[in-house]
Design a protein around this ligand. Sequence first.
Ligand code: SF4
Length: 364
Amino acid sequence: MQTYRPDRVVVESGSEDSVIFDNLRSALPDVPFVTVPDPQRYWTERDGAADPISRGKRDLLLMRHKGRFLKACPGSDGQVCCNYFIINFASNCPMDCSYCYLQDYLAENPALKVFSNVDDLLAETRDLLAKHRGFLFRIGTGEITDSLALEPLIGFAAATVPFFAEQPNALLELKTKSDHVDGLLGLDPKDRVVVSWSMNPQAVIDADEGLTASLEERLDAAWRCQQAGYKLGFHFDPMVEYPGWEEDYRDLLHRIFTRLDHRRMAWTSMGVLRTTPSLKRVMRRRFPATRILSGEQVPCLDGKMRYFQPLRVAMYRKMRHWIRDAAPLVPIYLCMETREVWDRVFGYFPSCGKELGNELVGTV
Ligand code: SF4
């Protein structure tokens, strides 16, 4: 896939002494850099656009993050939580999936940003891990951005893998739809870093995952990471139901498990397409040709809309069966699903998020 190239980099005064700035400068020698006291304000005051989400992806803002970097994953009301923590090193994403919830979640603040104070991020993480040595933290960086989409420009993951490799009670997950793994390959993750991919059949990638890596490129990147010593994860999320989905998802699983060693996979997860009424409005405006919304969805207790429960259960059961056939021991969990659905798919549900989180960390 092509590396993202912004039209302009807007830098907050004082962020020029960061490693991210140096990396951006060397990766983008012919892109204009503007230094201003307040990049957010500067960006907001520029010309408006009919589609602020698309405009938000054109400039890249480099600024300090003033709040806390680490937080517990908010999960979703009434759904089984997997006890996950999030580091927000960036906000928004240069890729453009039709179903991306960030289009709605960041609607008021869609500028693509990277935070320059990586030292503060690592210090905060170090403090938290030191205070709770008896707790195993599963930490991801892909909640409000893609973990690796900007990696060739910013080198953030490459700068943090050595830190996490030395932590006795944390596991870092880098979750992506890109194939930007070159910067990771020479590092030693010491089994503390999982590189994971959101996977869908090529038909879904073509129709609804704009500017992302192809299935073959994701598989190739995963293979290279596995060869370099990383554990892998695969997230079948969002699973999309359409005529022929079974053949396509079965083929997808076949390609993953014949190409890659399932004994060095940390986990897989499944979750069906989730929307909200406001996200649907944005999707219809920005992606009028998408057919992803043609399947019926019903409102759930957490305010999100999903396929009708019997259809979800049937989809998860089939996927579980196909994954188990190919990889009997790889952990499988559900993302943002109720205990009832868990029970109908697996015959049990985790008693609490801590139990599920510890099960997953314990497998690595
Ligand atoms: S890759 Fe993820 S974060 Fe980026 S646009 Fe797609 S869904 Fe959103």
